[in-house]
Design a protein around this ligand. Structure first.
Ligand SMILES: NC(=O)C1=CN([C@@H]2O[C@H](COP(=O)(O)OP(=O)(O)OC[C@H]3O[C@@H](n4cnc5c(N)ncnc54)[C@H](OP(=O)(O)O)[C@@H]3O)[C@@H](O)[C@H]2O)C=CC1
Ligand SMILES: CC(=O)N[C@@H](CCC(=O)OP(=O)(O)O)C(=O)O
Length: 348
């Protein structure tokens, strides 16, 4: 059994991780932290876990964490980078759901996250936890940086096109909408029911911190010598709880038929258990992935013109964070990658 702890067990990604881990056959949960609720039984805060988890939340304690095989950090940016170096030094493996170790370029990280990075040398060692790109590196990693939620949906939608070098990398446009759980469980006025329901709005249109993360990944898959990918990204808040819907636009460099594009996507993701390329012309819906680790994609070529549209949907708390974190754990510990992640979406 893998001895596992979660730092930050009261947030939305923390409780989603718990939901998945309590039924995982190879996991023994040993500690779930919350500074605010230390001593409170987990199942008291989350009655959905009654009968599944008899632990109480505890303060983060280095000795207790260091006794685990694996520690998940489901904490705000800045927390993991302060605590992970000592754990890594003591041989513990870490999966960080925050952005602390996602960006290779530390000045870029500091610019977008507005603070000094506490462990730049570790950021260089971390493996970016997108299995569809880095499966072999994840298997041997001690520190995995889980991708952000928008980047997961957007990168999976564009990777086949950028790898093939068939779209103009200077003109990539992503319009994406997220459910409110993407903003975490903290009380915020703009997430109140009266502010957020029956409403739809863009935010951070002038620049969102996921843009450099997306560009870093896409640049990493482009053919040598191609001009660097540049992304215009506008996120939106949609009045639902879970889900991200990304509409991605890219301009073809040369003639490709709709059938060739469909085949490109199908062959790129043929062996991927969690990427579903839908039949040509489909419109994937967030509902079809709710609670699952699946990314559903479709590629369209409206009116046969040069501008391609890729539609990509994920659950932000699942493939966008906690379930993808568990997929990474399965890979790191040599388990079947789909273990604990097989259930289809909850409908309606
Ligand atoms: N929500 C989403 O869809 C996604 C979130 N993420 C990332 O995952 C991380 C967690 O997100 P989310 O669950 O939404 O966040 P929440 O704000 O909902 O939860 C944060 C958790 O971290 C704990 N925490 C806060 N500060 C500290 C600290 N200094 N030391 C130890 N624990 C701390 C909190 O408990 P307490 O204060 O009691 O200790 C709480 O349990 C974030 O970095 C987020 O960006 C990534 C992808 C998707
Ligand atoms: C709806 C909403 O507010 N979403 C968050 C995305 C958060 C996320 O999970 O990503 P990181 O881990 O990179 O912070 C936002 O746009 O800030």
């Amino acid at each position: 059994m893998i001895k596992v702890a979660i730092v930050g067990g009261t947030g939305y990604t923390g409780v989603e991780l718990l939901r998945l881990l309590v039924t995982h056959p190879q996991v023994e949960l040993t500690a779930i932290t919350s500074r605010a609720l230390a001593g409170t039984p987990v199942a008291e805060l989350f009655p959905s876990l009654r009968g599944h988890c008899d632990l109480a939340f505890c303060e983060p304690d280095l000795e207790q964490l260091a006794a685990c095989d694996l520690v998940f950090f489901a904490t705000p940016h800045g927390v993991a980078q302060a605590q992970v170096p000592e754990l890594v030094q003591r041989g513990v493996r870490v999966i960080d759901l925050s952005a602390d170790f996602r960006l290779r370029d530390i000045p870029t990280w500091e610019q977008w996250y507005g603070q000094q990075h506490a462990a730049p040398e570790l950021a260089a060692q971390a493996v970016y936890g997108l299995p569809e790109l880095n499966r072999a590196e994840i298997a041997g990693a001690q520190l995995v940086a889980c991708p952000g939620c928008y980047p997961t949906a957007i990168q999976l939608g564009w990777i086949p096109l950028l790898e093939a070098g068939i779209v103009d990398p200077g003109q990539l446009i992503a319009s994406a909408a997220s459910g409110a759980s993407g903003a975490g469980r903290q009380a915020k006025t703009d997430l109140l029911l009266a502010e957020n329901s029956d409403n739809f709005r863009a935010y951070a249109a002038g620049g969102h911190r996921h843009q450099p993360e997306i560009e870093q990944t896409l640049r990493g898959v482009q053919p040598a010598g191609d001009s660097a990918a540049r992304v215009t990204f506008v996120p939106h808040l949609v009045p639902m709880v879970r889900g991200i819907h990304a509409t991605l636009f890219a301009n073809l460099r040369s003639d490709q038929s709709a059938q060739e594009l469909q085949e490109l996507f199908e062959s790129r993701y043929r062996d991927e258990p969690f990427v579903d390329v839908m039949p040509a012309g489909s419109h994937p819906q967030t509902r079809s992935v709710r609670g699952t680790n699946v990314c559903r994609l479709s590629v369209l070529q409206p009116q046969g013109r040069d501008t391609l549209v890729v539609l990509s949907v994920i659950d932000n708390l699942a493939k966008g964070s906690s379930a993808q974190a568990l997929q990474n754990m399965n890979i790191m510990f040599g388990l079947d990658e789909t273990l604990g992640l097989e259930s289809p979406a909850l409908l309606p």
